[in-house]
Design a protein around this ligand. Sequence first.
Ligand code: NDP
Length: 239
Amino acid sequence: MNKPLVVITGASSGIGAATAKHFNNAGFPLLLLARRIEQLEGMNLENTLCRQVDVTNPEALQAAITEAEAIYGATDAIINNAGCMLLGQLHDQAPSEWQQMFAVNVQGVLHGIGAVLPAMKQRKAGTIINISSIAGRKTFPNHAAYCGTKFAVHAMSENLREEVANDGVRVVTIAPGAVETELLSHTTCDEIKQGYSEWKEEMGGAIQADDVAAAILYAYQQPQNVCIREIVIAATRQE
Ligand code: NDP
């Protein structure tokens, strides 16, 4: 039997790209979304539609999903992974930085949910996987706005899970600790970047994007009546 469509946002690097490869190896047709379309297409995955979509644009997100569903059938899972981390102290951080984080990490997740949820409720099946962070469970220095976005992802996910449980739709929160990806590179303060890199070195290195991708696939591949509500995954030596 043909496997169902899986949508991954932020699939052009890091955890999203690794997740795309894991799901592709497992035989799922994919819709991959990000702004850097050349990175998506460069992965050369079979049975995969790549579209340049900014998750802050709900119309573009919806249009890409409609296009993919016309080819591969109904979306069975969306992995709301697109995110950005602009670390800083609130007293001197440009408002544009926290505005971007809330637009992508929080509103982007809501747009992803909104694009697939009505059909999933109707089908009485489907899985929404939201990529949060350990920074959605505890605070860290220089993380005030970023933690705000990830605490929001945890809260929205768990609330949604309760809301749609009776419709047979699963909601899964993935909360990674530090992962070796491009995420830190967008932070504009060099001193903070340096401190974060040293913190990772002290713990003997972060985990890899593939480690998180394997956990996401594991959660998704449980039977539909089994919902792994949350996976917290981090380097053994991360406190
Ligand atoms: P990367 O920076 O490697 O990946 C981020 C992805 O998000 C890219 O594919 C990027 O694509 C995409 N993205 C960013 N902004 C937008 C946007 N406006 N619209 C569409 N896509 C966007 O970092 P990670 O792989 O680490 O991050 C993935 C998720 O994991 C994030 O939600 C992050 O918060 C979370 N996370 C990461 C941790 C880590 O230590 N790395 C720890 C815990 C959670 P493009 O630029 O092409 O649009």
